[in-house]
Write a protein that binds this ligand. Sequence first.
Ligand code: NAD
Length: 260
Amino acid sequence: MLRNKTAIVTGSTSGIGLGIARALAHAGANVMLNGFGDAAEIEKIRHALGTTTSGRVLHHSADVGKAEDIVAMVAATEQAFGAVDILVNNAGIQFVAPVDEFPGERWTAVQDIVLNSTFHAIKAALPGMKRRNWGRIVNVASAHGLVASPFKSAYVAAKHGQIGLTKTVALEVAETGITCNAVCPGYVLTPLVEAQVGAQAKAHNLSRERVIREVILAAQPSRQFVEVDDIAALVIFLCGDSAKSITGAAIPIDGGWTAR
Ligand code: NAD
């Protein structure tokens, strides 16, 4: 379905991004992986994906908190594959603290890695998409892009910002073959959330199971984690031709969280 298309997925060495990268590769796209981790482990993922799918798979080690790294990654992808047709801005980090105790440098890091990276990547990839009159930009925002929770000021602000940027870009390119959307997952059991489960279990002296049910999934009416593969399937749909009229949307995939 996406044969001859090339995708960049930021933060795709783990969790949701890895699931999206896998799905894009299995749909036939060339994929530029990105993200941190053990070099041998990343190479294993890259090699396995590249040899079991029809496209080619590479990895770029850009730190998306740095604009110049993002520009270099987009240029390297265009050089290697000839284009960036699909851009998935997925990399993200979390930090939890009351706003009056929030360390300034953590605030800046969350804005850089979640929001500013999305701007820099879109800015770098859009000219090529405009030239080819085709493109799909999918920003992995969050239910926290639509509603807030206490102690997550930086993350909630960055995710709301990502959705505002999504809408603006969608309007700017609305008459072209390019769409720009956000997907807004609820809780997904990835390393990012595992860290929060561990921290909450310690803080409240509760078992892992009770923290998941009574703290983490308290906001999620389904009381089930969202599955990575379901988010990946939504992204694949947004990349297809049937989704050409969906643009500027922020699509919840959150077990009912934002329906409240
Ligand atoms: P994760 O921690 O499993 O993966 C994050 C990925 O981002 C990793 O590949 C990591 O190496 C990469 N990364 C982090 N900082 C980076 C940087 N500076 N440069 C390049 N790569 C960097 O997290 P996840 O849960 O899969 O989250 C992925 C996205 O989904 C994030 O934007 C997150 O905010 C969002 N999200 C997650 C959940 C959830 O419950 N897990 C819910 C809603 C939204």
